[in-house]
Design a protein around this ligand. Structure first.
Ligand code: SAH
Length: 237
């Protein structure tokens, strides 16, 4: 049998730059993402810009110039933190979570799953000093038209979507191809059922119990088309 590591070669690396590493660690060690790390498919580190401050109070934020509410993340600790990661990995792709970024989709996940190294920067409070964006020109990504208090959930979302696409991360090599927005067709997924065969008068569709793999594949394809037509006709355009 081919080992999981030999399918991919070196592990992918993801550095999540966050003031709140503890908000990420449980998630990263659980389920598919946790297993992918233990299997050597990916190495995810949380890096805290606070470690790159040089004042007594380890200041990472300050009041906005021009007044107004909230705090803004300072550019120096972030810049030093990114520079230090890039010292060992100059080609890492730099991503910044932002409500104002391009919407993250399965296409991003697919394309970034082929990168060797990603750095994902999490903002917090009012956001990040704009000079960070001017100097480092990160790809800004949003997880939707909604404002979060910090980028951690967005960074975990992006990491999760990427890691499950790494060869060997899911139990079955074809699982990801049949998911919503995936494969060549980019349809929504078909409905799924498991035991018991009957629950509160609702039965599993007979065809799924037939053992006829051709008929099951045809039914699933019809369901995928029907769902996509009903729920997301824009995907068929
Ligand atoms: N004042 C900013 C919001 C700051 S929210 C604005 O109105 O655009 C603080 C941080 O949370 C952001 O810097 C970003 O890192 C993260 N964040 C908030 N909403 C997000 C979203 N929809 N997608 C990705 N990250 C988001």
């Amino acid at each position: 049998m081919v080992s999981k590591q030999s399918i991919r070669g070196d592990a992918m690396r993801i550095d999540i730059v966050t003031l709140f590493p503890q908000a990420c660690s449980d998630f990263l060690s659980t389920s598919i993402v946790g297993r992918a790390q233990r299997d050597g498919l990916v190495d995810i580190n949380c890096v805290n810009p606070r470690d790159w401050t040089d004042d007594k109070h380890q200041t990472v934020d300050d009041r906005p110039f021009g007044g107004g509410p909230g705090m803004v993340l300072k550019v120096e600790p972030l810049a030093k933190c990114i520079d230090s990661i890039r010292d060992t990995a100059p080609d890492a792709k730099l991503i910044m979570t932002s409500a104002q970024g391009e919407h993250f989709t399965q296409n991003h996940a697919q394309s970034w799953s082929e990168e060797a190294h990603l750095i994902i920067v999490c903002g917090h409070y009012e956001g990040i000093d704009e000079r960070f964006v001017e100097l480092y020109q990160p790809i800004e990504v949003s997880i939707g038209d909604v404002v979060l208090s910090g980028g951690e959930i967005a960074a975990l979302l992006v990491s999760d979507a990427i890691v499950r696409l790494l060869p060997g991360a899911l139990g079955h090599a074809d699982s990801a191809k049949e998911d919503s927005f995936s494969g060549d067709e980019k349809l929504l997924d078909h409905p799924s059922y498991t035991q018991p065969r009957e629950f509160r008068g609702l039965h599993v569709p007979e065809i799924l119990l037939s053992g006829d793999h051709g008929a099951i594949a045809k039914w699933r394809k019809e369901q995928r088309l029907k769902r996509t037509q009903q729920r997301r006709p824009d995907l068929l355009e």
